[in-house]
Ligand binder design. Structure first.
Ligand code: ASP
Length: 597
């Protein structure tokens, strides 16, 4: 950091002094990180945003300052003036960047008094998260929390710079708007001027960015706040931030190339080891087939194999029955692992939790036999066929699921992650990033007798619109270590195609006009071919800062003021009841009594 402008409080940062500065007179300001009374001497580690500096108070040479220091408590705010002194070699602290020096304090001024904080700020340990959130302003004084926000700023600046170099224009789109379908529930804001009418907070700026392309802006971006009223999870928040961008007269290669350049610049700025672009592309069918999920963690094997050919005429009805009724039998080779019976039961429970009827496990033995509850139901050839297919060797644990394809994929995909986590198979610092492409355009929703889009309904289809089940979309998702960083697509810019897609997903012409008339109208006035992408900033920063396990990213750590798992803010107490008068103005009546706690 550049030095601060010298004023009454300070002329240097606490984290700045080095051995070469010894002998200099400086003034620093900050918080009491830690205080130690050592017989005659008082030591204070002073903290500001840049780090820690040891202050020393001598009773003989600076009796007033020393007396004042004895009264200081953790988190009190002060300004101190003195002389930087080289520490005795025996007292050098290599763990502190300023550890070769200390400040011999001549004068100290207390600027604010602090109550005892509800949790200690001077040590790294797990703290109650609710307590941290309620006092987030204290939590942010801790180095990992503060540094994550500083990293987030660096990420944003890098993005802005990289996009400015590519002639993107930053445009802010409305927060009070109409619903954009991204597959979640809307947050609604009642209108006072039109009682009974509501704004929706944007689930994404999707429609506005498309309108900006119709408006001729050519290249748009925004670091945009989005709102989705979903049940929060560790890696979801009701409000979150996306890097949202859109380009005109482009195809997939343009958007993918731009995104790779920007995100690669971010990795470099964050000093994060990641292969240089171009990043590999994996078709959706491969991702789901081999890994059971559309955002596969490709850093380890245990790929899913189809065992149908080996088992189609098996006498074991669970297998042959599933195959005969259009299902699949698939499995993974978990490798040579010591897994206790109770752990196998745990894996079976996990499989059931994700919808499987059961889970078959088998250990391959020396002689090619199996130790497995179903060993006796399979012939030698069938076992050998499975072993070959899974590339198994003696000692390997095989896990097999017989079910409808979708359930088998989900269950094996989850088991794969569970085992990788349990056996710690991914080396620290090993990261992979790739695109998933060639998505189906729709999924059949039998219950509602319609097609549901895999992305949003503005994504351009590829193929014959009269055969919706076979349509692909021109979408692409960016996946890092098994987490989706974001996704986008080339859009529909033809009015008839857009109408037809609405129809297929069950939005008739009248409803389409009511909800999206503004978009349909815009498409009449010369819309350029266009496409874009959105990338989750909270998730990206949390990944870069290491707030993650193999299966979960904790995005709360990358957000300055995050919400809890129930979407509440313990700091401000939001959401909160409002008074009758406000409701009346809005033409509303609250039905449920406001919930406390
Ligand atoms: N609007 C999409 C989303 O928020 C991203 C995109 O298609 O650009 O997920």
């Amino acid at each position: 950091m550049r030095p601060p402008r010298p004023n009454a409080y300070r002329d240097t940062w606490a984290g700045a002094p080095r051995a070469a500065d010894a002998g200099g007179e400086v003034r620093v300001a900050g918080w009491v990180h830690r205080r130690r009374d050592h017989g005659g001497l008082v030591f204070i580690d002073l903290r500001d945003r840049t780090g820690l500096l040891q202050l020393v108070f001598h009773p003989e040479t600076a009796p007033d300052a020393h007396a004042a220091a004895r009264d200081l408590r953790a988190e009190d705010v002060l300004s101190a003036t003195g002389t930087l002194a080289a520490r005795d070699p025996a007292n050098v602290n290599p763990a502190m960047p300023t550890g070769e020096v200390e400040l011999d304090v001549a004068a100290v001024q207390q600027l604010a008094d602090a109550d005892t904080p509800p949790f200690p700020l001077d040590e790294e340990r797990d703290l109650d998260e609710l307590l941290r959130m309620r006092h987030r302003y204290l939590d942010l004084r801790r180095a990992p929390q503060r540094d994550t926000l500083i990293l987030r700023d660096r990420v944003n600046q890098t993005i802005r710079r990289a996009l400015a170099e590519r002639d993107f224009v930053e445009v802010e789109t409305p927060i009070l708007t109409r619903s954009t379908p991204e597959g979640a529930r809307d947050f609604l804001v009642p209108s006072r001027h039109q009682p009974g009418a509501f704004f929706a907070l944007p689930q994404s700026p999707q429609l506005f960015k498309q309108l900006l392309m119709v408006g001729g802006l050519e290249r748009y971006f925004q670091i945009a706040r989005c709102f989705r009223d979903e049940d929060p999870r560790a890696d979801r928040q009701p409000e979150f931030t996306q890097l949202d961008l859109e380009m005109s007269f482009v195809d997939e290669e343009d958007v993918i190339g731009t995104t790779e350049a920007v995100i690669h610049a971010v990795f470099e700025a964050a000093e994060y080891e990641m292969p240089a672009p171009p990043w590999p592309r994996m078709p959706y069918d491969d991702a789901v087939g081999r890994y059971g999920i559309d955002r596969p963690d490709t850093r380890f094997g245990m790929e899913i194999e189809d065992l149908g050919a080996a088992l189609s005429s098996s006498e074991f009805k669970v297998f042959s029955g599933a195959l005969a009724s259009g299902g699949v039998v698939r499995g993974i080779n978990a490798g040579a692992r010591e897994v206790a019976r109770s752990e196998l039961d745990g894996l079976t429970e996990l499989a059931q939790r994700f919808g499987a009827k059961g889970l078959v496990w088998a250990f391959v033995e020396e002689d090619g036999g199996w130790r497995s509850p179903i060993a006796k139901f399979l012939s030698d050839e069938e076992r050998a066929g499975v072993v070959t297919r899974l590339g198994a060797q003696s000692g390997d644990l095989l896990l097999i699921v017989a079910d409808v394809p979708r359930t088998a994929a989900i269950v094996l995909g989850q088991l794969r992650l569970e085992l990788a986590e349990r056996f710690d198979v991914v080396a620290d610092g090993h990261h992979e990033i790739h695109w998933v492409v060639d998505f189906p355009m729709f999924e059949r929703n039998e219950a509602e007798e319609r097609w549901d889009p895999l992305h949003h309904p503005f994504t351009a289809p590829e193929g014959d619109l009269d055969d919706p089940g076979a349509l692909r979309s021109r979408a692409y998702d960016l996946v890092m270590d098994g987490f989706e960083l974001g996704g986008g697509s080339i859009r529909i810019h033809d009015l008839d195609v857009q109408r037809k897609v609405f129809e297929l997903i069950g939005i008739g012409p009248q409803e389409a006009q009511e909800r999206f008339g503004f978009l349909l109208d815009a498409l009449r006035y010369g819309a350029p071919p266009h496409g874009g992408i959105a990338l989750g900033i909270d998730r990206l920063v949390a990944l870069l800062a290491g707030w993650r396990s193999l299966r979960e990213v904790n995005i709360r750590e990358s957000i300055a003021f995050p919400k809890t798992a129930t979407g509440a803010d313990p700091l401000t107490g939001a959401p909160a009841p409002v008074d009758e008068r406000q409701l009346k103005e809005l033409g509303l009546r609250a039905q449920a009594p406001p919930r406390t706690a």
